[in-house]
Design a binder for this molecule. Structure first.
Ligand code: SAM
Length: 278
């Protein structure tokens, strides 16, 4: 008998992957968690029925969440990751030699545990000396810190359950205050095919708080629609002003100096989601 794992990306559209084994399936205090081996994409973390990360295409999302931001900030030293319990964003943050402290605030301890057990290629940097893992609510952490970080990366689940608060204007205001004077942040902002309204709201709210707001994209085959967006809010540094010749990050497979600027070139139907005055 064939086993298929299906994510219903909308009520009428789904993605299915033939799988060979289920390694974990549990209800945590926050969400349903599964780890599945798939033939096409390798091992996969699934939360509340949504693909979080797969061994085969994870590098795209994790590199594009991190490197546009840490290539835009001239000297990122203290970095905060909200969510990100699979460890992929932290692994990419540590590629930047200027980073002295990488704090990860993940609400669900089980995500950390199973990622380190079953996804070692993704979670490999969580025990690095520069990394400080906090099991807690990212919203609360942001509210308790001011002028503390150079870069903040919001690697959260979709706005459901504990992540609802991470898509609010109040959270973005808290991020503004937790950042230093020339700080910047990036949040994953879902896909333009099924979540256009979310992108409209996130970009509008970030643009109302940060002097610089930019949307950019990446191609992630196992995410809904395959076209993913990220929203950057910056107090001073503009990602479009970066001199690509000075981008020095090593070991990436998707991000590259030439791609840094290209990622901010939006298809017209995506650009139209960003308010004119943004
Ligand atoms: N790359 C994935 C995506 O784009 O959907 C996200 C992966 S990461 C595993 C998402 C993490 O956010 C989950 O482990 C979840 O537990 C965590 N999370 C959700 N709400 C949170 C909150 N309020 N504070 C901290 N972590 C949270």
């Amino acid at each position: 008998m064939e086993l298929w794992v299906t994510e219903r990306q909308t009520p009428t559209h789904a993605i299915s992957m033939r799988s060979t084994a289920t390694l974990e399936s549990m209800q945590t205090p926050y969400q349903h968690l599964a780890v599945v081996d798939t033939e096409q994409w390798g091992r996969m973390l699934v939360l509340d029925g949504m693909v979080m990360t797969t061994e085969r295409d994870e590098f795209v999302y994790h590199e594009m969440m991190v490197h546009p931001a840490l290539s835009t900030h001239p000297h990122p030293r203290d970095v905060l990751v909200v969510g990100g319990g699979d460890g992929g964003v932290i692994r990419e943050v540590l590629r930047h030699r200027s980073v002295q402290r990488a704090v990860l605030v993940e609400i669900d301890a089980e995500v950390l545990r199973v990622s380190q057990k079953h996804l070692p290629s993704i979670a490999c940097a969580l025990d690095d000396a520069r990394v400080h893992v906090i099991c807690g609510d990212g919203y609360a952490h942001i509210a308790e810190h001011r002028d503390a970080y150079d870069v903040i990366l919001v690697d959260s689940t979709e706005p459901v359950g504990p992540a609802v608060s991470l898509f609010t204007k109040g959270f973005y205001q808290g991020i503004f205050e937790a950042l230093r004077d020339d700080g910047l942040f990036v949040a994953q902002s879902d896909n333009p095919w099924f979540k256009a309204d979310l992108i409209r709201t996130v970009t509008r709210d970030v643009a109302a708080i940060f002097p610089i707001m930019q949307l950019y994209t990446a191609h992630i085959p196992t995410y809904p629609s395959g076209l993913w967006t990220f929203t950057m809010g910056s107090k001073v540094h503009d990602p479009r002003a970066v001199d690509a010749r000075h981008i020095a990050v090593q070991g990436t497979k998707y991000y590259a100096p030439s791609l840094h600027h290209a990622a901010f070139a939006l298809p017209k139907f995506v650009a139209d989601l960003v308010a004119r005055d943004a």
